[in-house]
Design a protein around this ligand. Structure first.
Ligand code: TNX
Length: 729
């Protein structure tokens, strides 16, 4: 009897107030809990009204909490009632919880959908978990304290950009991503579908775009890139996939804006249909080092082809906007092309850059013909084209560029690279780009799209909002890195876009994340980033959050879920081998060390190589042991090439790490090669292992070492290979 009672009471849980909403609604007013009874949600609550999809979505989620026996939602006195009230703004709603009724009012199905999202955040986090089989822990009921929420977003544009060219993401992954956006009331998905390293959208009239342009690897038209390896790598979305994805998004209040990046970033298009690029053999490289990736603006047939492509895509994407890129174009390519020069003369232009303006004007017209308004990166403004002020400008540089675009009269969305580039590192020790900034959660949260701007009242509505952007050059490892880079930073994007500025507070946001939202995301299946523990020089360790533990190892390996938890002082004679990581269930942070416990040695070394070095990155860098200096070759390496490090004195040490790829971007590593060692007491070289996925070989020499040799075994990725100084402990 007693046991039964205990079970029962533990199954009746109660939400804590305040609720940990993310993003925080504009207005939340709790009723006095001492006088008003809570609303009791159980399987007997009836749902009244509501748009069919929203009701089903709510029911599907509630079925993860309550036993869905029969059609029990149809009986009982308490209700969740949806009503349509015209006066609400487009995405706004109110949600009123009283003891007998949850009343949701909105003017649109999207407003209703967002009210449902807010309601889900009043429920336990397992509402986000697809309950699989008998392990589903069902509740008997859940008490929701009475509250009144009146809510609408601060900005109409709250977006996520995903580059699916550099890394490919399956249809299933995109659908999951859309779910995650919807849970955060993010309403735009900017789908960067094409770039130099892969064309990802089926175009019936030009089948080679995906037969050829969607694949890279050895022997493919597109070379291996970003550690995708020798094997064929890639993929694309069929038009049916796209229809399915677009409809799935629309149900969840998300508009998908396709991007075809033109006229630069077009290597994948150019390898599929080589006639689209200028005919010349000058070595004009794009910022990313691509050759021949710019469409010929003087070739009239290109516009007919782009018209065909846009026609097919315009039919797939109901969005009013269509993004045509226009950034980072190596316009010098047009300098060496007879057709482009002829066009320049005809138009009376004196600078190739003006041709970019001409191209954007042409694209605007083609898009208009297919019912679309042009969207482009900020470069559409600076290109000098005579453009409609309906065109939407996506600014990726800083606030001064946003101001310029606004002053020129364009509506704008910011993806400010200092705050909203989700491919940047969170902290210096983590993986990611650094060229724009290092962006931890607090920094992104601190951003206000209006900061630094001087706007007249008429200009203010031109700022449509913001989006976080994930470029995917660096996603190949570690596993789940895209999610790591996106979350929780996208939670901050959601709140910046939704919550009134005056109500935003980072400490409060961080508390909401750690108290509840991390658990929600875990149930959503997001492998989000966990911050590393703080470790000081004395070996004192602190977990970043009270509900996360720190695990450790003694042997220099990264801690795993089965490593011991730090509960008191960790005693060891070898502090240099200690590694710590924060764990939240099976999600873990990067591993960190006791600062300065490892000592690095810099023995005199002579370096010779068969490789020709780029003069800016000389081989001499390799004897200097400076972490930021490295050697880069002038040409791709060939089989048999080598780099030989010979120590002046036989070297006794614990460990040598041979690290290739550049230390800044981790590009251009040795992907096919191995390391050999010559011991001081031996004549020949002994073969060690091949380079791993991190383009690295580490070994612990048992005897004094005379020399270390890198040997290239086959073609490597990219146009060069980068080699760092040895790391010696
Ligand atoms: C710049 S921002 C790019 C992308 C890169 C990104 C890497 C922009 C419009 N172009 O092509 O992937 O930097 O951070």
């Amino acid at each position: 009897m007693v046991t039964a009672l205990l079970c029962l009471s533990s199954a009746i849980a109660s939400a804590q107030a305040p609720f940990d909403f993310v993003p925080m609604p504009a207005s939340v007013q709790y009723a006095d809990a001492s006088v008003s009874a809570p609303f009791i949600l159980d399987k007997n609550v009836r749902i009244e009204g509501g748009e069919a999809f929203n009701v089903q979505y709510l029911k599907d989620h509630l079925a993860r909490l309550f036993d869905p026996m029969g059609d029990s939602w149809a009986i009982g006195g308490r209700t969740i009632s949806f009503v349509r009230v015209k006066s609400f703004p487009q995405e706004g709603y109110s949600l009123e919880v009283t003891p007998d009724r949850i009343l949701i009012s909105a003017s649109t199905r999207t407003g209703e959908f967002y009210a449902v999202q807010t309601l889900l955040q009043m429920l336990p986090p397992q509402v986000y978990k697809r309950a699989e089989g008998p392990d589903a822990q069902l509740l008997r009921q859940w008490k929701i304290p009475c509250v009144q929420i009146v809510d609408a977003p601060r900005f109409p544009w709250r977006g996520s950009m995903l580059d699916v060219s550099r890394s490919f993401f399956s249809k299933e992954y995109i659908l999951r991503h859309l779910d995650w956006l919807a849970y955060h009331k993010i309403n735009k998905f900017h789908w960067h579908l094409t770039d130099d390293n892969g064309w990802r959208v089926e175009i019936k009239k030009y089948p080679k775009l995906t037969a050829v342009g969607a694949w890279r690897g050895r022997g493919e038209a597109l070379e291996p890139a970003f550690n995708s390896g020798e094997e064929r790598y890639g993929g694309f979305y069929t038009q049916n996939d796209i229809r399915e994805i677009v409809a799935y998004a629309a149900d969840r209040g998300i508009e998908i804006i396709p991007e075809v990046d033109l006229p630069g970033h077009s290597k994948a298009l150019a390898v599929s249909y080589p006639e689209v690029v200028c005919r010349h053999d000058a070595d004009v490289l794009s910022v990313q080092g691509e050759l021949h990736n710019v469409l010929c603006v003087g070739r009239e047939k290109n516009y007919a082809m782009l018209d065909d492509i846009i026609k097919e895509m315009a039919a797939l994407f109901p969005s009013k906007y269509f993004h045509v890129g226009v950034e980072e174009v190596a316009t010098d390519s047009w300098k060496h092309c007879a057709e482009c020069q002829k066009l320049m003369k005809k138009l009376g232009y004196t600078d190739e850059k003006q041709l970019l303006g001409y191209f954007t004007e042409r694209m605007e017209k083609i898009l208009a013909k297919h019912g679309k308004t042009m969207e482009g990166w900020e470069d559409i403004v600076t290109s000098g084209g005579d453009l409609s002020r309906n065109d939407l400008v996506l600014v990726w540089h800083r606030q001064n560029v946003l101001q310029q675009a606004i002053d020129a009269g364009f509506p704008v969305v910011t993806q400010n690279c200092d705050y909203l580039y989700l491919d940047m590192k969170y902290t210096p020790a983590e993986r990611g780009h650094t060229w724009a900034s290092i962006i931890d959660v607090e920094k992104i949260y601190s951003f206000d799209p209006l900061q630094g701007l001087k706007l007249t009242p008429e200009q203010e509505p031109l700022v449509r909002g913001l989006q976080g952007g994930l470029w995917t050059e660096m996603m190949f490892y570690p596993p789940h890195f895209p999610e790591y880079q996106m979350f929780p930073r996208l939670c901050a994007v959601a709140e910046i876009g939704w919550t009134p500025q005056a109500q935003r507070n980072y400490r409060d946001f961080d508390n909401r994340l750690s108290r509840t939202h991390f658990e929600r995301m875990r149930n959503m299946g997001i492998r989000f980033r966990i911050p590393a523990p703080q470790v000081d020089a004395q070996g004192n360790v602190r977990s970043p959050y009270p509900n996360m533990v720190v695990r450790y190892t003694y042997d220099g390996t990264a801690p795993t879920v089965s490593s011991p938890v730090v509960t008191g002082p960790v005693v060891t004679d070898h502090p240099e081998k200690l590694r710590f990581a924060t764990f939240y269930g099976d999600l873990s942070s990067i591993a960190v060390e006791v600062p300065a416990a490892r000592t690095y040695r810099k023995p005199a070394v002579r370096v010779e190589t068969s490789l020709e070095a780029n003069p800016h990155y000389p081989v001499a860098s390799l004897s200097q042991y400076e972490p930021r200096r490295y050697m880069r070759t002038a040409r791709p390496p060939k089989q048999g090439d080598y780099v030989l490090y010979t120590f002046e004195e036989p070297l006794t040490c614990q460990r040598i790490t041979v690290q290739t790829a550049d230390p800044v971007n981790q590009f251009y590593g040795v992907t096919q090669g191995h390391v050999e060692v010559q011991y001081a007491d031996a004549d020949g070289f002994e073969r060690l292992s091949a380079f791993d996925m991190y383009n690295r070989v580490a070994f612990e020499p048992a005897r004094p070492v005379k020399a270390v040799k890198i040997v290239i075994d086959g073609p490597c990725e990219g146009k060069a290979v980068s080699i760092q100084s040895l790391i010696i402990e």
